[in-house]
Design a binder for this molecule. Structure first.
Ligand code: PLP
Length: 355
């Protein structure tokens, strides 16, 4: 039976990305060696990094004066690297969930942290509005897509300071105004590649202002200076990212990804709203196009496990909600087809008809 991968991360990648990466793992560019056993300094590998950087700049329309880096350590290491490199005295954070909270925790090690607003009071089911950002902070940090709770900030807040964005779970799903950011980072395993590489887009002249010694590996400048080759970068995940970037470009770029994301989300949210068994968990205007969360309506609570089992029997994979939300979460990243979402919608309709 065909499987539909709704995992939240690591998650679905286009089939051709997996196949092309697998081929290069067996024989890299006809060299008779595996991609997994060549030096990152091999003359054939540099073009992989160069093309991946160029494609990221092209797809996101990155302005002059920004560097694109491939780092290790996941988005979680960026929670620490961001304040290490950018926090001079005081930074502002918008608390929209688990990941934002973790980012704030690290920032507190380096200076004063202002929580401009929080939706913790309602288990992060909405994006706070009507708050103001102090003008004397070094940056405002936002999590553009809250992978666990299923809310998304699709338009940057209007604030008088520079932005830093954790885009781990919605990067390359829509156009972004990079010029508003000093730094954008994203662990690759949600929408770009296999786990092991983090993409960082950093404004060059925002670096070098933090009043502290920064360990070499945690200093963005090190990696800017060496084009992500200061030490051994994650070669295979970077190659896999390149294949995804080529696929995005061939498919029409981030504008096309945005259109497909809307198509998928419109279908699934419409069914959640229509079907008597289910309801969505977050404020309608803040619904994520990437991670679509829903639960059983109260009067059908006992059908949660049976629905999960039925959907699983129909080929749906990874739809269990995060333990802090419960219910279901269908992650619909770039590589998820509209057909996959239609299959899930059919499960929901068939299950409703059986009850
Ligand atoms: C998954 C995720 C992270 C953590 O990523 P790691 O690469 O596992 O460190 C951080 N932020 C967001 C928004 C995420 O979805």
């Amino acid at each position: 039976m065909k499987k539909y991968n709704f995992n939240a991360g690591p998650s679905i990648l286009p089939r051709e990305v997996i196949e092309n990466t697998a081929k290069q793992i067996l024989d890299f560019n006809g060299s008779g060696l595996s991609l997994a056993e060549i030096s990152h300094r091999a003359k054939d590998f540099q073009p992989v990094v160069d093309e991946a950087v160029a494609l990221i700049k092209e797809l996101l329309n990155v302005p002059e004066g920004y560097s694109v880096l491939f780092l290790g350590g996941g988005a979680s290491l960026e929670f620490c690297m961001v304040p290490y490199n950018f926090l001079v005295k005081k930074a502002a954070y918008l608390n929209t969930g688990t990941w934002a909270k973790k980012a704030m925790k690290e920032a507190k090690l380096f200076g004063e942290v202002v929580e401009v607003a929080s939706s913790a009071d309602a288990n992060y089911t909405y994006i706070p509005k009507g708050w103001t950002c102090p003008t004397d902070v070094d940056y405002l940090h936002i999590t553009t897509n809250n992978t666990i709770y299923g809310t998304e900030i699709r338009k940057e807040p209007e604030v008088p300071v520079r932005l830093i964005g954790d885009m781990s779970s919605d990067i390359f799903s829509r156009p972004v105004d990079v010029a508003k950011y000093d730094c954008i980072y994203a662990g690759a395993q949600k929408n770009l590649s296999m786990a092991g590489v983090t993409v960082v887009i950093v404004k060059d002249d925002a670096l070098g202002k933090a009043p502290r010694e920064i360990p070499t590996m945690l200093n963005y400048q090190t990696h800017v200076d060496k084009g992500s080759m200061f030490n051994t970068p994650p070669v295979v995940p970077i190659y896999c990212a390149l294949e995804t970037l080529r696929w995005i470009k061939k498919s029409g770029g981030v504008e096309a990804m945005d259109k497909r994301a809307h198509e998928r989300a419109d279908l699934l949210y419409a069914e959640i709203d229509r079907n008597k068994l289910f309801r969505g968990t977050v404020a309608e205007e803040d619904r994520s196009l990437m991670n679509i969360c829903f639960v059983m309506n109260d009067e059908y609570a006992e059908l949660e496990k049976p629905f999960f089992e039925y959907a699983t029997s129909q080929g749906m994979v990874g739809i269990k909600g995060h333990r802090s939300v419960g219910g279901f979460r269908a992650s619909c990243y770039n590589a998820m087809s509209v057909e996959g979402v239609q299959a899930l919608v059919k499960c929901m309709k068939d299950f409703e008809a059986q009850h």
